[in-house]
Design a binder for this molecule. Structure first.
Ligand code: BG6
Length: 486
């Protein structure tokens, strides 16, 4: 246990039912996050981690498989002694989504595990399943009585995507609220669990220095970027249905925009309301001039040759899916009149990075623009880029002043999933987007997707490892601006 964790509130005992437990996310992030929380002393005294999957496993098989995944992917260091204390909390129920009987059996396993762990009916369902399985799983949960829409002791955590447009998102929401109380639904946007993202509001509102800069009076424009060097990584079945705009822009980037642009909330509970105020005032126009999309062609990741998107397993050779998307958004609130927000995301770009950059207005025509950059990853921190005189010369040069988590905080930040799981168990909702927030995201993305569908020639190929499609640079050039080099 780390020092500061002693004072933390510990959740009540509960049974956590993991759907999609053998999937990529669960193996790489969820199971390790449960272990890391346990290692830090932040799991309840009684809890059941109950995997539901089709594999011919018993409890012991599940346990030893999960151990292997945790050993490889945990953050806090694998410790045999710690794991042996965690082992009695693992349970398994074999079943498939289409089989009614396996849900009846699941009900029995939940009850048994709950009794053993003293959970007293508190159950957290974690849905990390493909969108197409949602209706079936929810239906089965309801008809078997495993989920009860009136039971305040039940919670559900739902992984994105929340639909693929406004209509399907609304359908998904009504489906979810037919099985769970709306206040007990926790929609996951894991960017909100990242430490630097959680620090945005405290930094903004506790430091008058930032607040002084924070409006279109001093900010020329804002750039919000999330780039990856990786490709689609075996997730083509999902990605072919989504693409970069639906996968990242609609959720992670819109959330970062909302947090950067919002007014000061009344406490944590007021955050959603202030974000919604911003999201409702976002507008796009002239999409042929203010959006760009691309798809990666063969190229390199570092020195390693890599395939183009269309050559990836499971991808159609004629796929028009966007693996890069950029969009200019206006935020029509008094604070941001005339200051555009530029969002971009893409796979197979030169590096993995995520940041919010406020590019400041120069003090004179043609002067250099300074920037304040909130670096979400890698090297979390804040960087201020200003001009300095070069020693022994009269020249000016851009220099960086910085706050780096690594240097200032010796303790490594928790993984986003540790934070989100802990908060959901405690019933804290501020790190989870509301139904309305996700709908606002679709209201921006739907017209963009429609425009792209009608104009297939907007899809431009870019070499893997390059800076993305030329149309994205043009989008900025038209406004006399440039993307920051990440
Ligand atoms: C997910 C997207 O939400 O975020 C993935 O579905 C993406 O496509 C991932 O790779 C990136 O997350 P992070 O935390 O590594 O930036």
């Amino acid at each position: 246990m780390e020092k500061n964790d002693y004072a933390r509130k510990i959740p009540e005992p509960c049974t956590i039912v993991l759907f999609g437990v053998t999937g990529h996310l669960s193996r790489h992030k969820l199971l390790p996050a449960f272990y890391d929380l346990f290692h830090r002393g932040l799991m309840p005294s009684g809890f059941a981690l109950l995997g539901f999957a089709r594999r011919e496993w018993g409890r012991g098989d599940f346990l030893s498989w999960a151990k292997g995944e945790i050993e490889q992917n945990c953050r806090t260091g694998f410790d045999e002694g710690v794991f042996s204390l965690m082992a009695p909390h693992f349970y398994f129920a074999k079943g498939t989504f289409d089989d009614e009987k396996s849900f009846e059996a699941l009900k029995g396993v939940i009850e048994g595990a709950g009794k053993e762990q003293g959970a007293e009916g508190r159950t957290l369902f974690y849905l990390s399943i493909p969108p197409a399985s949602f209706p079936l799983v929810i239906e089965r949960l309801k008809e078997s009585g495993v989920a009860d829409p009136l039971n305040p002791l039940q919670k559900v955590m739902v992984e994105k995507p929340f639909g693929r447009d406004l209509e399907s998102a609304r359908n998904l929401d009504s489906l979810l609220s037919s099985a769970f109380l709306p206040s007990q639904i926790f929609r996951i946007d894991h960017y909100l669990g990242k430490e630097m993202v959680q620090n945005l509001l405290p930094l903004r509102f506790e430091n008058p220095l930032f607040e002084y800069l924070w409006s279109s009076e001093r900010v020329d424009h804002v750039q919000i970027s999330m780039t990856e060097s990786a490709g689609v990584e075996g997730r083509s079945a999902y990605y072919e249905q989504a693409g970069a705009a639906r996968d990242v822009l609609q959720n992670h980037l819109m959330q970062l925009l909302a947090l950067s642009a919002m007014e000061k909330p009344e406490g944590r509970e007021g955050e959603r309301e202030k974000k919604i105020e911003v999201l409702k005032n976002c507008s796009i126009e002239n999409l042929e001039r203010t959006s760009a999309r691309g798809q990666y062609a063969p190229g390199f990741e570092g020195a390693k040759p890599v395939k183009g998107y269309r050559e990836e397993e499971g991808v159609s050779p004629a796929s028009l899916t966007d693996t890069f998307a950029a969009l200019k958004i206006n935020v029509d609130t008094p604070r941001w009149q005339g200051c555009p927000f530029y969002l971009r995301t893409g796979k197979r770009l030169p590096k993995r990075a995520a940041e919010i950059a406020l590019v400041l207005k120069p003090d004179r025509e043609g002067g250099e623009k300074e920037s304040v950059v909130f670096k979400i990853q890698p090297n979390e921190g804040v960087q201020v880029e200003v001009l300095s005189k070069v020693p022994a010369e009269s020249l000016m040069k851009k220099v960086r002043m910085g706050f780096s988590y690594e240097k200032q905080f010796p303790k490594e930040s928790p993984e986003a999933y540790e934070e989100l799981i802990e908060d959901a168990m405690l019933g804290r909702s501020s790190l989870f987007p509301s139904e309305e927030e996700t709908e606002c995201g679709w209201k921006i993305i739907d017209p963009l997707e429609e425009f792209w569908d009608k104009n297939p020639s907007t899809l431009e190929f870019y070499r893997a490892g390059s800076r993305g499609p030329a149309s994205s640079d043009k989008l900025m050039e038209r406004d006399g601006r440039k993307w920051r080099k990440l």
